[in-house]
Design a protein around this ligand. Structure first.
Ligand code: SAM
Length: 220
């Protein structure tokens, strides 16, 4: 699949499900203490580094952007899907959300002190992931941190429905050691890896979940 084909398919799918996705996932973090722990650790390190702004890349309806804001992080969101951006603005009118793609971010070099990609690279074909991580490295200020959440495995599945809608969307489960290698290739230094077992809500479809913290070194 070419980069533009995957971007278009992903955008169309999330435009379709945006409102229902927001409703279904609104309180999801409440039952995920380990996920919240990684977000709290990320918030602490970005604040300690003096980061002015943090980009939530592939922010969807903005629930993670808002959670980061509640932890004292000055976060804004970017998403491919105009409908997701509209829902995020509706649900979080005090926060900033913009349309854009992680494959070519409309941000200056070293513009942000932190970046989050919370299950937003799961639709990116493996051959495009190096481009995404190079972009993240480019926009991170030296000393800036990245938090990425993804599904552990080694397969591609095609979803023809989701969140109560018909859609057409590829989802990739990725080996943690491969993500670690890609981050390193992009010039990012891995600081922590949390891999947890699926909870009851994830068991029917997903396996283990991974959360990586990394940073951009001052000299790279
Ligand atoms: C599974 S949702 C996660 C949304 C949000 N991070 C959350 O946890 O609620 C994946 C999101 O990533 C966005 N996305 C996928 N590829 C993207 C890209 N290349 N650039 C920006 N957003 C992207 C989709 O539009 C969708 O909103």
């Amino acid at each position: 699949m070419t980069e533009s084909t995957y971007l278009h398919a992903t955008q169309v799918a999330y435009d379709t499900v945006a409102a229902d996705y927001a409703e279904l996932l609104r309180d999801e973090l409440v039952s995920k203490p380990l996920d919240r722990a990684m977000l709290a650790a990320f918030a602490e390190v970005v604040q300690a580094s003096g980061a002015k702004e943090v980009a939530d890349l592939g922010c969807g309806p903005g629930r993670i952007t808002a959670h980061l804001q509640s932890l004292g992080v000055n976060a804004f969101g970017i998403d491919l899907s105009p409908e997701m951006v509209a829902v995020a603005r509706r649900d979080h009118p005090d926060l900033r959300f913009e349309e854009g793609s992680m494959t070519a971010l409309n941000l200056a070099d070293e513009a942000v002190g932190g970046a989050v990609a919370w299950y937003s690279t799961v639709h990116t074909p493996p051959e495009v992931l190096p481009t995404v991580f190079t972009e993240i490295h480019r926009v991170l200020a030296p000393g800036g941190h990245l938090l990425i959440a993804f599904k552990v495995g080694d397969e591609r599945r095609h979803a023809s429905q989701g969140y109560g809608h018909k859609l057409s969307l590829d989802i990739y489960w990725m080996p943690p050691e491969h993500i670690a290698e890609l981050l390193s290739n992009a010039g990012l230094v891995l600081d922590a890896q949390l891999i947890r077992e699926p909870d009851e809500s994830e068991k029917p479809r997903s396996g283990r979940q991974a959360f990586f913290l990394a940073h951009k070194p001052y000299e790279s």
